[in-house]
Design a binder for this molecule. Sequence first.
Ligand code: G3H
Length: 255
Amino acid sequence: PKMKEFSGINKLETALKEKLGVEYIIIVPGDSDRHEWIKYEMGKACVHYLKNILLPDSIIAVTGGTTIAAIADAMVPIHEENNYVFVPARGGIGEEVEHQANTIAAKMAHKTNGKYRMLFIPDILSEQSYETMMKEPSIHEILQQIKGANIVLHGIGNALTMAKRRNTPTETMEQLEKGNAVSEAFGYYFDDKGQIVHKIYKIGIQLDDLRDKNHVIAVAGGSSKAKAIASYFKKGKSNMLITDEAAASQLLRDS
Ligand code: G3H
């Protein structure tokens, strides 16, 4: 509609879409650095969007973090036929339980009346235990589901903030600093050109797997994440960004 074309948010969306080269953008008003509930607003926008793309037998893979957890809070029942399944995108990467992908997947399923599957894999595995676990039919089956997900919901974080939050070993911290890591998503750390500086070895969705997904939705806001969002989208394989006004304005100012 004409009215919206002239609104500030709409202009921001157009400008940011061009700048990041991303197919779809939704910007919600506010700054999630200053008001935690803006994450919930991004969550509501995400749920609204999911309603349009979710098919009864969709598989939705989710990452961890406070933003994706806020999407779970905003979830509502989506379809009558509840055959869709929520799964964690990758094994746990040192988050608190309520912000772990497993927990978030279960909560989303609960709130939408959908189903969920969890991935129980310890953070650190010897190669031998890894091989053994992969042979477990239940693990093998859920991994197939994760790889086959057609919708992926993920957060983007500031590299060093995320590394500290995950109690990253000193030598990796040094590697991230030396490599000028700016952003983090899916356990991958990227510099300002979008090059991978470091990757946490985890089973589940790998960056290359995103290529053949129909919908890869990044959700990240707050002006403190502007540089991280820009960094991730340099080579990011996500086709949608849900963010807030503060991150969007800062990102456009940065350049
Ligand atoms: O991978 C990125 C992080 O999960 C983002 O976490 O939403 O708590 O900032 P956050």
